[in-house]
Structure formats: structure tokens, C-alpha cells
Design a protein around this ligand. Sequence first.
Ligand code: NAG
Length: 233
Amino acid sequence: MASKVWIQLLGVLFMVSATMGAAPRKPVNVQFGRNYVPTWAFDHIKYFNGGSEIQLHLDKYTGTGFQSKGSYLFGHFSMQIKLVPGDSAGTVTAFYLASQNAEHDEIDFEFLGNRTGQPYILQTNVFTGGKGDREHRIYLWFDPTKAYHSYSVLWNLYQIVGFHIDGCEASVEAKFCATQGKRWWDQKEFQDLDAYQYRRLKWVRQRWTIYNYCTDRSRYPTLPPECRRDRDV
Ligand SMILES: *[C@@H]1O[C@H](CO)[C@@H](O)[C@H](O)[C@H]1NC(C)=O
């Protein structure tokens, strides 16, 4: 039976926030309920530490999900996720940003479950103006059911810079982590990947990629415009 665990963050592209010019506050631990609301199967969310931590439960009847209360124009969106172990075939765990306007925009992380001992597949997709069909599918270089890993989207003034896995921990200068809280994602240096990140991307493309729509000439006889900046396709 197919079950779904959805983790959803909503973003509205043209939202103007009154606090945009203000200096961001230091990240602090807050109660889950202050920033998020459950979206379905409320009884499958378990709360810990006075509501500052939660677990999403998946059983044979249902999964569950939540979404942010606020909408965000840009940012670095990161989720620590540990996936369903064992027989997860037919399950899809998703962490995505979605617009609420008529022209649908979406940025997706989707984890496709598999039978016991078989690898999960991570699929990413990007929708703009209602059109998706921009899939990448990769195997992971670790077992995503064993420990929490951070999966992030960096989206700034210039572009969707990228999908990162354990980006903070892996970056040479740990600058993602070190500068947190300084509105760092809109700085010039985050217009593009750095040399180290390009090497890591190449490694993922060569060793772990199953499918990349940018290289699918039967589906896209001409290179989609957003693929042009990839140095290796
Ligand atoms: C499940 O694992 C097999 C190989 O071990 C792989 O071929 C298949 O694509 C996987 N399916 C999914 C949905 O991850």
C-alpha cells in the first residue's frame, strides 16, 4: 500500500514582509507549534521536550505531515530527516517548498522507498509557472535510515543555487553553518557554487546519478536553458 509522509514548507514568491530590512535574529529553539501546523493525520505526530521536537509516524494506515505557518521569499531551508527503515517500498517522504498562487512553483526533495536492503532513491524536481519535468534521481552515499542527515535548498535573489545534503558539515570552510543568522544566502558569494562544491557535484553526477533531465536528449532535444550553466553537461 502506498503511504506518504509529507513535510511541506510554503513559500510565496511575491510576498513582501515588513521585517525585510531588519537584522535577522539569532536562531533559537522554539516550540514546533509556533512555526508549523500539522496538515493531516494529526495523531501521527508525536511531541517531545515540551513540543520543541517532533516525530512523524508512518504505519500501515497513514503517514502525516506539516507545513510552515509563514511564507518566505528566499532563504536556506533545511530539514533533518531520518527515513523509514526496512521495507519502505511504496512510500514517498517529501520535503518541499510550494507557492500558493495560481502559477504553481515548487522545489522538491522526494525520497522513494524500497524493499528491505535495497537503496532509497532521492528525486529532486523544480516547478516554475506550473511546469515541472526537471527530475534528477540519485542514489545516496550513505544509508538514510540509519541517522539524521540535513537536506537543504538554498534559494536566493539570484537563483535556486542548489540542493545540498549535509551542506554545512561538508563545506570546506563550514561557511554555511558559521554564518547562519546573518542573512548570508543573499550575499554575492552564494550566487554560484564554489570550486569545492563543483567538485562534489561532479562526484555525485559521475558516481551516484541515475537520471538527470539535463542530459536526456530524447526528452529534451535542445538543452533546457537552466541547464546551460552546468559545466559538465
Ligand atoms: C530499489 O532497488 C533496486 C536495486 O537494488 C533499484 O533497481 C530500484 O530502482 C530501487 N527502486 C526504488 C524506487 O528506489
